[in-house]
Design a protein around this ligand. Structure first.
Ligand code: CU
Length: 173
C-alpha cells in the first residue's frame, strides 16, 4: 500500500508540474492576441527540450559576476542554459525583465534563505553544482536580465544581459 500511495503522489506531482508549463506555452502562442496572461509572457516561457536550437554555458563567480555577462539570442529562439557554480558560495540564475528582477530582489529581502526553484524562470546553484534551464525567448526584440538574488549579490552587480534581437527564429511547431 505504501508504495502505491507513493506512486500516486509522484503522479500527482507530475501533473501539477506539467499544467503550468502547458499553460505557459499555450499563452506564448497567443502572444499579441491579448494583453493579459502570466507575468512572464512578455519575456518568454520555459522551453521544450525538443525545441532547443542552442546551448549557452554560463558560470557564476564568487566575485559577484556571471561569465559571460552578456548573451545575444534571436526572437523566438529556445536556448538551453547550462549554469555552473565552481565557487564556494551559493548563487542563483534567474531570467526576467528589469521589473521581474526588482520584484524578485524585494521578495528575497523579505524572506532571506528562500529557494527559488519553484519559479520556472530561476535556479539555485549550490557550490560545485551544474544545472540546466531551458527558455524560449519572446518573438520581439527586448533586453532581459539574468541575476543572482542571494543576499547582497544583485546589489553588488551580479547581473547579466540577454539581448533578444535580429530575425525571429522559425519554430517547427
Ligand atoms: Cu550570487
Amino acid at each position: 500500500m505504501k508504495s502505491i500511495s507513493r506512486f500516486l503522489a509522484a503522479g500527482a506531482a507530475l501533473v501539477v508540474l506539467a499544467v503550468p508549463l502547458a499553460q505557459a506555452s499555450g499563452m506564448a502562442d497567443m502572444s499579441g492576441m491579448s494583453g493579459h496572461g502570466s507575468k512572464s509572457d512578455h519575456y518568454g516561457v520555459p522551453g521544450l527540450v525538443q525545441a532547443v536550437t542552442r546551448t549557452v554555458k554560463i558560470a557564476t563567480l564568487d566575485t559577484m559576476r556571471f561569465s559571460p555577462s552578456r548573451v545575444d539570442v534571436r526572437p523566438g529562439q529556445t536556448v538551453r542554459f547550462v549554469i555552473h557554480n565552481g565557487g564556494r558560495i551559493t548563487h542563483e540564475f534567474v531570467i526576467g525583465d528589469r521589473a521581474e528582477q526588482r520584484a524578485h530582489e524585494a521578495e528575497m529581502e523579505a524572506h532571506p534563505g528562500m529557494k527559488m526553484d519553484h519559479d520556472p524562470n530561476g535556479l539555485t546553484l549550490p557550490p560545485g553544482s551544474t544545472r540546466t534551464l531551458i527558455w524560449r525567448f519572446p518573438r520581439h526584440a527586448m533586453t532581459l536580465e539574468y541575476a543572482c538574488h542571494e543576499p547582497g549579490h544583485f546589489a553588488a552587480g551580479m547581473v547579466g544581459y540577454i539581448h533578444v534581437r535580429g530575425p525571429a527564429v522559425r519554430t517547427a511547431r
